[in-house]
Design a protein around this ligand. Structure first.
Ligand code: CP
Length: 309
């Protein structure tokens, strides 16, 4: 049996496919009405074992705006998972009803496991502290729009780099484009994991590590802030000690290049002060908007509906 397409990590897409998705997302953004019936009669199952606002709502909105329909849950206790049903059985069952499955789960590897058993395409909407590939597509669309290119960029990622699935996916994916350089800004306890750094080493991509945001900010084209994630910490005391390690303020923004952009996957807690929101370099709310269009493109692509009839 032919294996269904899946998106578990950015490596599941070729660079050509990524550019195709970005072109398609921009085309949908320019003329959404053209795509309003494209998924008529198709069903998306949205299985959220972990809380979400952006990813869940943007996938649901994406499918509805394509003329399709959505089933699913945002609380696994309302599904038979609460009775002990395995992820594998859940995947088999849901794929009897749905054309595409979107899954978020607190355990690393859960989305891949579901994809191994489902009989339809599966999209990883975040698996624990591992990967979040559709956030990366959102981020690429935002970078392309605001920087005009996906190459020759110095990208600073700041905050919880250990558990931050969004930046694991983003750095892995950006590493395929030419001329990228990374600055990893974190407390020592939350440094970028080896699996991301090993990938950079293998591909000869330069990076440096620091815990000094003020010193690093002036060299960056992009500052990607992340939240210190309470839900990933075993020790509440450790979380409280690290949660406000970095706070981006207008004073720190004054040290940055005039055309640097600030991104954040959101939700934020304290790591970006509210007065930064009105700085024209803060693009994190535009990033949210792009997420829906790129997910519309992804749904069409995985269902084979991306080409005009
Ligand atoms: N960026 C992101 O994944 O947000 P949610 O957790 O709200 O989906």
């Amino acid at each position: 049996m032919e294996r269904k397409r899946r998106l578990i990590e950015p490596g599941d897409l070729s660079t050509g496919e990524i550019f195709h998705l970005l072109r398609l997302a921009n085309d949908i953004l320019a003329d959404p009405a053209k795509y309003g019936e494209r998924c008529k009669g198709r069903l998306l199952a949205s299985l959220f074992y972990e809380p979400s606002t952006r990813t869940k709502f943007s996938f649901d909105a994406a499918m509805l705006r394509l003329g399709g329909q959505v089933i699913g849950f945002s609380d696994p206790n309302t599904s038979s998972a609460a009775k002990g049903e395995t992820l594998a059985d859940n995947a088999r069952v849901v794929s009897c009803y749905a054309d595409v499955i979107v899954v978020r789960h607190p355990k690393e590897g859960a989305a891949r496991h579901i994809a191994d058993y489902a009989d339809c395409p599966v999209i990883n909407a975040g698996d624990g502290g591992h990967q979040h590939p559709t956030q990366t597509l959102t981020d690429l669309m935002t970078i392309q729009k605001h920087m005009g290119r996906l190459e020759n960029l110095t990208v600073g990622v700041c905050g919880d780099l250990k558990f931050g699935r969004t930046i694991h996916s983003l750095v892995s994916c950006l590493s395929r484009f030419p001329g990228m350089r990374f600055v990893f800004i974190s407390p020592e306890e939350l440094q970028m994991p080896a699996f991301v750094k090993d990938l950079l080493h293998r591909n000869d991509i330069p990076y440096e590590e620091t815990n000094q945001l003020e010193q690093a900010i002036g060299s960056l084209d992009i500052l990607y802030m992340t939240r210190v994630q309470r839900e990933r910490f075993v020790s509440e005391e450790e979380y409280l000690r690290l949660k406000d390690y970095f706070i981006l303020t207008e004073e720190k923004m004054a040290l940055a290049k005039p055309d640097m952009i600030v991104m954040h996957p959101l939700p934020r807690v304290n790591e970006i002060q509210r007065d930064v929101d009105s700085d024209p370099r803060a693009v994190y709310f535009d990033q949210v908007k792009n997420g829906m269009y790129v997910r519309m493109a992804l749904i069409l692509f995985l269902l084979g509906l991306d080409k005009e009839a």
